[in-house]
Design a binder for this molecule. Structure first.
Ligand SMILES: Cc1cc2nc3c(=O)[nH]c(=O)nc-3n(C[C@H](O)[C@H](O)[C@H](O)COP(=O)(O)OP(=O)(O)OC[C@H]3O[C@@H](n4cnc5c(N)ncnc54)[C@H](O)[C@@H]3O)c2cc1C
Length: 264
C-alpha cells in the first residue's frame, strides 16, 4: 500500500455509506458515567461500562474514530515500548516486571474481547522484531534482553541470518515479540461503539438525547452550552482523548444509553 502522508488508509477505505451517524445531544440527561471523546479509548470504555450495566454517555466533538485512533498503525503490542532497564532503575525489578506483565495481559485481553465480540477489524496475531542496527543499539538491546530474561519475562533474541531472512536487514540483532496483534483501528473503534450501543439497548436503557458544545466539567456536573448534565451520586466522568483537554472545548456528537448522538 503506498504511503500517503496526512491520510489514513483505514478511513479512506471504509465505505462512506457505512459511516455511522448519531443524533445530536439535546436536553438534560442523567447518567452514571460520561465519557468525553469517541476514539478507541472512549468507545472501549463506553463498551466496558455498558456491558457492566452502567448507564453511560459518550460525547464526541467531531466524528467517531477519526482522531489519532483512525490514524494509528493498529498494532496491539504486548510490550509497553519502554526500556525495561531504565524503568527497573526507577521502580525496581518487581514493579517493573508487574508493569510488563500487566501490559501483556491487557494486550491479550484486548484481542480476546475483539474476538468475542466478533468485531470485523482484521485482527491478526503478529510477531514483532525490535531491531538494533548500530553497535551501540546492539549493546543496549543485549542489556535489555538480559534484564528482561533475568526478571523471568519472555525475551528471545534473534541474530543476523534469521533477521536477513525475515526482514532483509543485514548486520543487525533483534528482540522478538511473540504475542502482539494488528487490527484496523478505525473499524475496531466503530465496532466497540456499536457493541456499547447494543449492550445498552439489551439492558433496556432508554436512548437519551444529549446536546453538544460542552463548556466544562466540574465536580459531578458537566456543563454544556445549554444545560448541565447532572450525574448521580457516586457517578464518574471519564475523559477519553489522545490529546490534552484543557478547558474541555466543544463537543457535538454524542452516544448515550443505547444510541449515538450526532451533530447539533
Ligand atoms: C501515527 C500513530 C500511530 C499509532 N500507532 C499505535 C499503535 O500501533 N498501537 C497503539 O496502541 N497506539 C498507537 N498510537 C497511539 C494511539 O493511536 C492512541 O493512543 C489512541 O488511538 C488514542 O485513542 P484515544 O481514543 O485516546 O484518542 P483519539 O482517537 O484521538 O480520540 C479522541 C477523541 O476525542 C474527541 N474530543 C477531544 N476533545 C473533545 C471534547 N472536548 N468533547 C468531545 N470530544 C472530544 C476527538 O474529536 C477525538 O475523536 C498511534 C498514534 C499515532 C498518531
Amino acid at each position: 500500500m503506498p504511503t500517503r502522508y496526512g491520510r489514513s488508509p483505514w478511513i479512506d477505505q471504509f465505505p462512506k455509506s457505512r459511516i455511522p451517524t448519531y443524533p445530536a445531544h439535546r436536553g438534560p440527561i442523567k447518567v452514571d458515567a460520561a465519557i468525553v471523546g469517541g476514539g478507541l479509548t472512549g468507545c472501549v470504555t463506553a463498551y466496558a461500562f455498558a456491558a457492566a450495566g452502567i448507564k453511560v454517555a459518550l460525547f464526541e466533538a467531531e466524528t467517531l474514530g477519526r482522531g489519532t485512533s483512525g490514524a494509528s498503525t493498529g498494532w496491539i503490542s504486548e510490550d509497553p515500548g519502554a526500556s525495561f532497564v531504565e524503568v527497573e532503575k526507577l521502580l525496581g525489578v518487581r514493579k517493573t516486571r508487574y508493569a510488563w506483565e500487566a501490559w501483556r495481559r491487557a494486550a491479550l485481553d484486548f484481542a480476546a474481547v475483539i474476538r468475542r465480540l466478533e468485531l470485523k477489524c482484521d485482527l491478526e496475531p503478529r510477531a514483532s522484531l525490535l531491531l538494533a542496527t548500530t553497535p551501540e543499539q546492539a549493546a543496549r538491546l543485549s542489556r535489555e534482553q538480559k534484564a528482561r530474561k533475568s526478571a523471568g519475562l519472555d525475551a528471545v533474541s534473534v541474530k543476523g541470518p534469521a533477521i536477513v531472512a525475515e526482514v532483509g536487514v543485514s548486520n543487525s540483532v533483534g528482540l522478538r515479540g511473540r504475542e502482539g496483534a494488528t487490527m484496523n483501528p478505525y473499524r475496531a473503534t466503530l465496532g466497540f461503539a456499536a457493541a456499547a450501543a447494543a449492550s445498552s439497548s439489551r439492558r433496556r436503557c432508554q436512548p437519551r438525547r444529549c446536546f453538544g458544545r460542552s463548556r466544562g466539567i466540574s465536580g459531578s456536573r458537566a456543563r454544556t452550552s445549554r444545560l448541565p448534565i447532572p450525574f448521580r451520586r457516586r457517578s464518574g466522568i471519564d475523559l477519553a482523548s489522545g490529546q490534552p483537554l484543557f478547558g474541555i472545548p466543544p463537543r457535538r456528537r454524542t452516544w448515550s444509553g443505547g444510541s449515538m448522538m450526532n451533530d447539533c
